[in-house]
Design a protein around this ligand. Structure first.
Ligand code: SAM
Length: 241
């Protein structure tokens, strides 16, 4: 079933009116016809089954024949990911979306790479949208503007963790089992390829962000972002709990 996220204004009075890129996809790429059914979402968490009735040059219209609520994670996981080479950052966006991450924040660290251009941010939004449609999520994750590490430490919500390969005492699972069960907001800080500086970890600690180990092996930054997000969501019952 083809799925399309559209502005809420396109859904009115029991019918859907699709224009622009969605119309192009329906008419010229998928070559759908009246009578075909598509899934349309307005980012409210509801999905609407729409039976196509008319495909015009300016818009496609259809009747909403059914609607259902899509289960989104109870846990709102915000992933502060140190900026990486773009293809690696895009992997984190795609896999994190499939897993159920709610918010992505590109993190400007002392050792992170250049700030992404406007064009790159638009590409990342498209990757989020495609991963959301493919994974049948009901809501698009948010991609925030890049923030400095200091600002991120000040704004992080809920139970906040910073995986750090030099942390030898507390493991991720212990930290989650101690504290996270009742939490609905979790923030996760992952460093860039060059890692966090000790000063950054110390600042995080003073802001109540808990350094944790992901084990004795050094994970690449993109691996750490995906694995740590999966582990948090698994531990909190969001991956088939
Ligand atoms: N210092 C690392 C090295 O020697 O290659 C570079 C940082 S690592 C590639 C990128 C990020 O992944 C780290 O900043 C940390 O957030 C996370 N990470 C990787 N392995 C980890 C581990 N075993 N425990 C905790 N965090 C880890």
């Amino acid at each position: 079933m083809n799925r399309f996220f559209v502005p809420v204004e396109w859904l009115q009075g029991g019918s859907a009116h699709l224009q622009g890129q969605a119309l192009h996809q329906i008419a010229h790429v998928l070559r759908l016809a009246p009578g075909d059914t598509i899934a349309v979402l307005d980012n409210s968490g509801w999905e609407y089954m729409v039976r196509l009735e008319r495909l015009g040059s300016k818009e496609a219209t259809g009747e909403i024949v059914e609607r259902r609520q899509i289960e989104e994670p109870r846990v709102r996981l915000c992933l502060y990911q140190g900026l990486l080479k773009s293809d690696k950052f895009e992997q984190v966006l795609q896999k994190g979306t499939e897993l159920g991450v709610s918010t992505f924040v590109p993190l400007l660290c002392q050792r992170s790479l250049a700030v992404p251009s406007e064009a790159r941010l638009r590409r990342w939004q498209r990757i989020l949208r495609e991963a959301t449609e493919q994974s049948r999520r009901g809501r698009l994750p948010s991609l925030m503007e890049p923030v400095s590490f200091d600002q991120a430490c000040r704004e992080a919500r809920g139970f906040s963790l910073i995986p750090w390969e030099e942390e030898k005492g507390l493991g991720l699972r212990q930290a989650l089992r101690k504290k996270a069960s009742a939490e609905t907001d979790i923030s996760l800080f992952i460093g860039p390829e060059g890692g966090f500086t000790p000063e950054e970890v110390e600042l995080a600690r003073t802001c109540g962000i808990v350094p944790v180990s992901l084990g004795p092996r050094i994970l690449r930054a993109e691996t750490a972002g995906i694995v740590a997000a999966a582990a948090v969501l698994y531990e909190l019952g969001e991956l088939g709990g």
